[in-house]
Every structure is written in C-alpha cells, then in structure tokens.
Design a protein around this ligand. Structure first.
Ligand SMILES: [Zn+2]
Length: 175
C-alpha cells in the first residue's frame, strides 16, 4: 500500500496527514493514512480467519477502494465495483479464489476498452458511512458486520452511473 502516495501524486492530489479523511470525511486525526489503517486492521472484532467471515474482508476492501479511488489505479474501480455488483446483484458467494479470476477477465476486457474510465462520484459524496463510524459505533461483531454491509451498499449505490458498465463485466465474467 506504500505506493498509494505515488498514485495520489500522479492524480494531482496532495495527501493530508491531519484531521478528517479528505476523501470520505471519516473522523480521523491523521487523515487518509489513519482511514486506510482502520480499513486494514481496525475491525478486529471480526474473526477474518473464519471462512464465513471472508465476505466482510471483500466488502471492506471494495468499499474503501471505491470511497478513495484517488489513491488507487484507475482500473481498480472496475475491479471493486464489479466485485460488489457480482456479490449484490448476482448473489455470488465470493471467495479468495475468484479474485484472480476476475482480475484475469478484466485484463482481457481492458484490451478491448483501453480508454474506458469510470468517473468516480465527487470527493466526500461516496456514501454516508465511514471507517470511523463503524469503528466507533459497532459494539459487537454482529453490529460491525451490519455496518460493513451498509457501508459497502451505500458506497456501491453512489457509483450507480457505472452499474450498467459493470453489469456487462459481471455477465461476461459469469459466462
Ligand atoms: Zn477515508
């Protein structure tokens, strides 16, 4: 994740390491750095080693990436939005094995659509739930899972301009 600073620079964004997260508005003290750390390590109340909990790891990664696209490569939006679409609209029970398969499919897809760009919703307009909301409000595992689900659906919905695009990707992937 270290190269997120380089990617932000390339996108013409200066990262702030103070105060609230500049991308999602999370109530952090050290900005996006802390926001990233919470998404990577913060929800310890969930035992991610259990197979049935893997889905929450995927939802966290996708929600956070789509809420902070400026610190990721442009094609990562295709990946994370397609994965959420497959999970929410096609009820795919995602596993770690499926992620490289989706990446492979997207690598082929990119070759036919080299110019395609999924324009993100405006900064701070990518859902009303943030990492710190979940961290501060969830008092037990069930609540934490509920917040993560809401968060990911909320972020997914703010990208609705591109649902038709990822629907084609989802159908291609499933075939
Ligand atoms: Zn954030």
């Amino acid at each position: 994740m270290q190269n997120y600073i380089d990617i932000a620079n390339k996108n013409g964004i200066t990262l702030s390491n103070n105060g609230k997260c500049q991308f999602c508005g999370a109530n952090t003290k050290k900005g996006v750095n802390e926001c990233l750390e919470i998404s990577n390590l913060g929800f310890k109340i969930i035992d991610f080693s259990l197979l049935e909990n893997h889905i929450y790891r995927f939802l966290i990664v996708d929600a956070h990436a789509l809420q902070h696209p400026e610190i990721h490569g442009r094609w990562s939006n295709h990946f994370h939005l397609s994965r959420l679409h497959l999970i929410f609209k096609y009820d795919v029970k995602w596993t770690y094995k499926l992620s490289p398969k989706l990446s492979d499919y997207l690598n082929k897809y990119k070759k036919n659509k080299p110019q395609e760009y999924l324009t993100p919703p405006k900064i701070l307009k990518r859902g009303n739930i943030t990492t710190t909301d979940i961290l501060n409000k969830a008092t037990n595992e069930t609540e934490c899972k509920g917040f993560i689900k809401k968060w990911s659906i909320d972020v997914y919905n703010t990208w609705n301009n591109h649902h038709h695009t990822v629907d084609k990707i989802a159908q291609g992937f499933l075939n």
